[in-house]
Write a protein that binds this ligand. Sequence first.
Ligand code: ACO
Length: 361
Amino acid sequence: MSEGLEGVVAARTVLSDVDGQNGRLVIRGYALDELAGRVSFEDVAHLLFDGFFEAGPADFRPALGAARARVFAEVAALDEGLAGRDPVEAVRALVARLPDGDDLATALALVAAPAVFTPAVLRVRAGLAPVAPDPALSHAADVLRMLRGAPASDAEAEALDTYLVTVCDHGLNASTFAARVVASTWAGLTSSVLAGLSALKGPLHGGAPGPVIEMLDAIGTAANARPWIETALDRGDRLMGFGHRIYRVRDPRADALKRAVRRLAETTNTAPGRLALAEGVEAAALAILRQRKPDRPLDTNVEFYTALLLEALGLPPAAFTCVFAMGRVAGWIAHAREQRLGGKLIRPQSVYVGPLPRAAA
Ligand code: ACO
């Protein structure tokens, strides 16, 4: 038995490869650096879907734009009570309104869903009316426009696009595994995406970037980083944004996102002091973790610079996990289709350690 299925190989995939020893991520034959900041989210979603549906659209971008416009109808079901819940719960409730299915139309609606529902939830929470999608825009530019009610700059749209590409797929992580388990029962893509979203919510997976912001705010200055971190670790806390099940070296996505934050700061003058603080906290955290856990390499993961990038784009920490889902949903769907087309029912066994029945008198 392997606790947490650590080291267990549970699927064969053509979608992505996470090389934890060398810090390398490959997505359908491309290294992450060949994709992040170079191709659009629409291109990478198209790449992930290739071969998993009977007929793909000739041009993915307008098809996804039309899907955004279609799913916006569900926003009518968003009342203040639902919008007041954790944004992941509100978005999940709206996604659950979409019918199950295994075809491309269902897949496009599911890719569109978190991108349309998240801005609507945030606006209703703020007492504002939701903004309808503009199918002519890129996915990333439209998300920021729906959020703000005004167009974003090219630099901001590019930064969000880079983020969505960076997180689109990542081997058999917890949410993708959850999506594949559901797909293995032939339940349908909406069911798989709901499973993925639910697994992503937890702070050990996609829920970490919000707490990264809380940590940076609590630390305040680079000089305070060491004492704050030492105290947190003495208390038994984990440092959010550090450590990974597979990577034993730095998560390559952290560097892709750090570059994107830096580019955004240069072109938009967004919080340069914040980046310096984050770098100070990162350096202190890595030094202390190395000292305290010499046998367990713990390095920066994707969530640390995710927090900085999404904050610089004006997104509230409460919505960070939903924005992660906007990118990862493409991976969940491709994995669910791969599982459905070539996989077997996923049904492991457990070891019973409870009491045995008493022998019948
Ligand atoms: N801070 C402090 N200590 C840590 C951290 C951390 N971030 N991560 C692991 N450790 C310690 C554990 O306490 C444990 O110590 P012990 O052996 O003395 O008990 C040891 O390192 C091994 O930890 P495990 O929990 O066995 O490692 P696992 O592979 O299960 O955990 C995980 C990976 C969950 C990501 C973990 O590193 C963590 O909790 N990180 C913080 C949360 C986080 O950043 N999550 C986002 C991950 S990226 C993603 O999913 C998109």
